[in-house]
Design a protein around this ligand. Structure first.
Ligand code: AHG
Ligand code: MN
Ligand code: MN
Length: 354
């Protein structure tokens, strides 16, 4: 067996440190997040036997998070596991999460580090109770110099400023997918040993694809260019694209993106009339940006449909954005539909793109 057969996450990170890609604090940070993900994986794996399914709060009560979404027990538990794991290591200046309105300070009893961690503790909540893959998404930023009590404004950095990003997918196997800015790498949890083992070094997304992922039930609410783009995909061999496309939608971004990193495809959560007022459905800082970094580092592309996702300057901690990511040529094709519609609308201002 090649040496690559037994590279634990710990060894991988030590080697990344020797290569100058991470320092000791960032290495510890990734290890701590991975350990928290193992605890979340164990809780998810117990399913109904662990008493972790269903809604958070007392029976009959619906607990809403800052997004106005009903919290599941596992949303709350996963958030607590990540907060607790990351409090004491001295590597973080602060944390922020989908489940908390404001950044969470590091308790005063612990030293502060130079990094900020942002996460979606449990992605794909609607799939928890039906035993379908869910995940955890995380993004690591540098804390601005001299800041010891980071506020929301300190987290508002473009995706290109991320020093690391990753997700853990809790599926038939548990996999951690990570980038520290030098490729995207997948690790599989060896459940007996309790350690993540490198299973794909340097994931590559095929540039072209015949597979796409979108919630098609929103079709009538989309903007005109998105309607036109998907209509051409659905027309298959008989349409302008000249080939048949396959549709897959898990409704857990982590699972959909994992499939795309593994075998290619296009993922889209575009603007629609239901989410237009909020700017989109998915959250920029802890869903779109980390996934965009992982996808770009694997040779793919990530866009709002009009601009590269990683270049956006965030305006708010829980900001939402339209998302198109995956196989590079397919993302560029989707963007071209939006650019063409915008150009046409600019020529005849009476015609709106939506
Ligand atoms: P979360 O569970 O963290 O709120 O995220 C759910 C997101 C994302 O995982 C998925 O792609 C999308 O919502 C599913 O949306 P639909 O319910 O519209 O399919
Ligand atoms: Mn999510
Ligand atoms: Mn979530």
């Amino acid at each position: 067996m090649s040496d690559d057969g037994h590279i634990s996450l710990t060894r991988f990170l030590i080697e990344e440190q020797r290569a100058g890609h991470v320092n000791a604090d960032l290495r510890l940070l990734v290890e701590v997040v991975a350990r928290a993900c193992k605890r979340i994986a164990i809780a998810i794996g117990k399913g109904a036997l662990g008493g972790v399914l269903g809604e958070a709060g007392a029976p009959g009560e619906t607990r809403l998070n800052v997004q106005g979404e009903a919290q599941k027990k596992l949303d709350v538990l996963s958030n607590e596991i990540l907060l607790e794991a990351n409090a004491w290591g001295g590597h973080l200046a602060g944390l922020a999460s989908e489940e908390m309105e404001l950044p969470h300070p590091i308790p005063d009893v612990y030293p502060r580090g130079n990094y900020l961690l942002v996460f979606d503790p449990l992605d794909g909540s609607s799939n928890i109770d039906v035993n379908v893959s869910v995940g955890t998404i995380f993004s690591v930023l540098r804390c601005p110099d001299g800041v010891t009590q980071p506020q929301a404004a300190h987290f508002l950095q473009p995706g290109r400023a991320q020093v690391a990003a990753g997700y853990c997918v809790y599926g038939p196997s548990t996999q951690l997918v990570l980038s520290v800015g030098h490729g995207t790498h997948a690790f599989t949890l060896d459940r007996e040993v309790g350690s993540f083992v490198l299973t794909t070094r340097g994931m590559r997304i095929p540039e072209e694809t015949a597979e796409f992922a979108v919630n098609l039930s929103n079709q009538r609410h989309w903007e005109a260019p998105m309607q036109a783009y998907v209509a051409d995909l659905l027309a298959g061999k008989d349409g302008p694209r000249g080939k048949d496309f396959n549709l897959r939608w898990v409704a857990s971004m982590v699972a959909d993106v994992h499939r795309i990193l593994t075998r290619g495809g296009l993922f889209a959560y575009p603007l629609d009339r239901k989410c237009a007022a909020q700017g989109g459905k998915l959250r920029l800082l802890y869903e779109a940006n980390p996934m965009a970094l992982l996808v770009e580092q694997a040779g793919g592309a990530a866009s709002t449909g009009r601009a590269p996702l990683l270049d956006l300057a965030p305006q708010a901690l829980h900001q939402r954005v339209p998302v198109f990511l995956g196989s590079r040529i397919e993302v560029e094709t989707a963007v071209a539909y939006h650019r063409a519609a915008d150009a046409a609308a600019a020529l005849s201002p009476g015609t709106a793109a939506g």
